[in-house]
Design a protein around this ligand. Structure first.
Ligand code: GDP
Ligand code: MG
Length: 725
């Protein structure tokens, strides 16, 4: 016996628990969050229940089905065109009034709707009692109570959905939404005309079509007009007439009137179907908000949280970081002593392990950072930061919502740029994406640490802080600049949901954190692996180089001299061995340095040097900066190769090498400024390109940041020289 197939779509407001219920039903691992607008893609799952094959689809979260945002259009088109057998509207029962707008719109479309009154627990704790029978009766819709995060009510939901799919009874139109008599007249007239003029051709129900035409819904209008053939002009005239009929009677646009009427309809339902006990009306979320979004203490508390986040990231992250460093060392030591000398060994040790190893070390920091960010998101605090930062962000011409991607940019720009998806306005998105790379990402930190540690020892912390601050200030200036030129436009009014605070589910936080980190690891892993190999190849080839000195002979000479000496005792022998080893290391280092200088990488560096000379950076710095295009983490290891930092502690060795090089504190500052601002890494560029779907803006981002970097470094370097540093 083949099972019957049914399609069930889950619709609902953002944060109503759609994804949670979808996961419960399908068992799939999906992102579950507390941040509006996460569900942008369509998610599907197929399950077999009660002898049916059920395809379940998670629609984007929307508040309405007007064709204004991508989410709304996606959700609406799916309901209209794919004809799911049942649409389950997931309703946040603790916010019934707001949820009912979408519900009534779904009701108006000719589809079978079932209400899941989710967050039944929250409604109860807020003292909201919903009379399900009454609601069900008023709208002629089956209603099921659910608690998504406790997996309650799922079976009843599926049973009701199947029952509804099999039911052929039609709901009388008036039970869906009804308007005041004047509007009903206009709708009926237009509907009549449509019925006569456009027989059998309609993709949607006649009443709904008439309503949408009166509301001047662009998508429906275009579609219907294109179907109307000879009657197109008559239809247009009829629509105008119907709209005029309403405008004359209400003195406002029909769409506004009809929206008002729907709200009135909803208010009526709420009044009948909901009772709120006054005693229990203490709203916990609102009380927490009194503190956290308070004008005076909200901001310091926010700073405290952020400080705590960075503190946790770096101080707790330090320990696993040390373990991983030790593991990488141990691995290379084992390989070093067990593999015969060969080109492959060199590639493995100095290319792959050195390169990839330098990134893996950051994994703990990244995990912790993303853990904190997920925690902010899942508790609902993230939405408040947008609220808090709103005023400040207006200085850039953006609103508070853009702050979240910027904040995440301190961790890694890739997820930060992806987080701009929650912004409604395209211009806001572009602007936010363009300024986010100035939020200095965690991968740049090692470069800062090495350079400031070498040249500013005691003041390193202050210098790093100023660098971060410079990034923030330049992002503000850039924002203002672009807002008044290329991305001119009013900032959209601030419509930010304040979802209720929730105790985050451990599983949800973990999934969140892991999804982000996985993406980071995967992307960086691919890119860094290839980048390390390329950089190693460039520095290792050509193999045969005309050395200026005969290093081999010098080494042999040393060995011969050692053999000739006759130490008087064991201690003297040890001293002698040590001295010889050090001398040999020295020669080998010089040889390697000359090799690198004459390798392709060295040649490339010399080629680039004229570009960087005006900002005080030599050919080594040029190559290191170029390698940063692949990933910022590589800059330090490239510097290590170029300055031939030898020894167990690579960072220490590099510092010693830098200190005795031509670099001055001033040129170090110039390099720091350049690193802060210049083009984002490959993974970020790929993300920018994917999110903006525009090569033009991607190229602009690369060009703008790199020229700004050069100009700023130039200014810093030359004013420094002028001032006599
Ligand atoms: P979506 O935006 O509609 O997909 O909402 P999600 O499924 O991501 O859920 C948002 C948040 O609400 C998550 O933190 C869930 O754990 C939580 N949640 C879902 N259902 C319930 C419920 O019935 N009660 C409570 N208290 N929380 C829920
Ligand atoms: Mg979701």
């Amino acid at each position: 016996m083949t099972s019957r197939k049914l399609t069930i779509a889950l619709a609902g407001n953002p944060n109503s628990g759609k994804t949670t219920i979808f996961n419960n039903l399908t068992g799939a691992h999906q992102k579950v969050g507390n941040w509006s607008g996460v569900t942008v893609e369509k998610k599907e799952g197929v399950i077999i229940r009660h002898g049916y094959e059920l395809t379940i689809i998670d629609l984007p979260g929307t508040y309405s089905l007007t064709p204004f945002s991508i989410e709304e259009i996606v959700a609406r088109n799916f309901v209209l065109d794919a004809h799911p057998d049942v649409v389950i509207d997931i309703i946040d029962a603790s916010n019934l009034e707001r949820s009912l707008y979408l519900a009534t719109q779904l009701r108006e479309i000719d589809c079978k709707v079932l209400f899941a009154l989710n967050m039944a627990d929250m409604a109860k704790s807020r003292g909201v009692k919903i009379h399900a029978d009454k609601l069900s009766e008023l709208l002629d819709v089956p209603v099921v109570f659910t608690v998504g995060n406790k997996n309650e009510g799922m079976d009843a939901l599926l049973k009701k959905a199947i029952e509804l799919a099999e039911n052929t009874r039609q709901t009388p139109e008036g039970r869906k939404v009804h308007y005041s008599p004047d509007i009903e007249t206009a709708v009926a007239d237009l509907q009549n005309f449509i019925h006569q003029a456009l027989p059998e051709k309609l993709p949607y129900s006649e009443r709904w079509t008439a309503i949408k035409l009166i509301e001047d819904d662009k998508i429906v209008r275009e579609r219907i007009l294109s179907l109307s053939g000879d009657h197109q002009q008559a239809l247009e005239a009829q629509i105008r007439l119907a709209r005029q009929y309403i405008t004359d009677r209400f003195d406002d646009d029909p769409e506004i009137i009809m929206t008002d009427e729907r709200y009135g309809f909803i208010a009526g339902i709420v009044k009948e179907a909901v009772t709120t006990s006054a005693r229990q009306r203490v709203d916990i979320s609102r009380n927490i908000d009194l503190v956290l979004t308070n004008r005076f203490i909200g901001f310091p508390i926010f700073i405290l949280f952020i400080w705590g986040m960075f503190q946790l990231t770096f101080s707790v992250g330090k320990y696993p970081q040390e373990w991983i460093t030790a593991c990488v060392h141990a691995l290379s030591a084992v390989l070093e002593s067990h593999l015969p000398d060969s080109l492959f060994k060199d590639l493995l040790l100095n290319g792959i392990i050195a390169g990839v190893g330098s990134v893996i070390v950051f994994l703990p920091n990244i995990l912790i950072l993303f853990f904190c960010i997920s925690l902010f998101e899942d508790t609902g605090y993230m939405a408040r930061t947008a609220f808090l930062m709103d005023k400040i962000m207006h200085a850039i011409g953006l609103h508070g919502k853009s702050f979240i991607p910027m904040l995440m940019g301190f961790g890694c720009n890739v997820p930060a740029i992806m987080a701009t998806r929650t912004l409604e306005s395209e211009k806001d998105r572009i602007l936010t994406i363009l300024i986010t790379p100035f939020m200095s990402c965690s991968a740049k930190l090692p470069i800062y640490i090495v350079l400031t540690g070498t040249f500013f020892a005691a003041r390193a912390g202050t210098v790093i802080f100023i660098i971060y601050l410079t990034g923030v200030v330049l992002s503000i200036i850039t924002g203002r600049l672009l807002r008044t030129t290329l991305l001119k436009g009013l900032d959209a009014p601030f419509v930010m949901e304040l979802p209720p605070y929730r105790i985050p589910m451990a599983k949800s936080v973990m999934i969140h954190m892991w999804e982000r980190s996985k993406m980071f690891l995967k992307k960086m892993g691919n890119v860094i692996l290839i980048g390390s190999i390329v950089i190693w190849t460039l520095s290792a080839f050509p193999r045969h180089i005309e050395y200026s000195r005969n290093y081999e002979a010098e080494i042999q000479n040393l060995q011969r001299q050692e053999a000739l000496q006759k130490p008087v005792n064991a201690a003297a022998r040890r001293t002698l061995e040590k001295e010889t080893a050090a001398a040999m290391d020295d020669i080998k280092g010089q040889m390697q340095a000359e090799h690198v200088e004459k390798s392709y990488m060295g040649q490339l560096g010399k080629l680039l040097a004229p570009v960087f000379a005006p900002i005080g950076i030599d050919w080594r710095g040029s190559v290191a900066l170029l390698s940063g295009f692949v990933a910022k983490e590589i800059v330090v290891s490239t510097l290590g190769i170029l300055y031939v930092a030898r020894g167990d502690n690579k960072t220490e060795a590099l510092r010693t090498a830098l200190a005795s090089s031509d670099m001055t504190p001033l040129s170090a500052v110039s390099m720091l400024v350049f690193v802060l601002l210049y083009l984002p890494c490959l993974a970020t560029i790929a993300t920018i390109r994917r999110e903006l779907r525009s090569w033009k803006w991607t190229a602009f981002s690369i060009g703008y940041s790199t020229s700004l970097a050069w100009v700023m470094a130039f200014l810093v370097y030359h004013s420094g020289r002028f001032l006599g540093f």
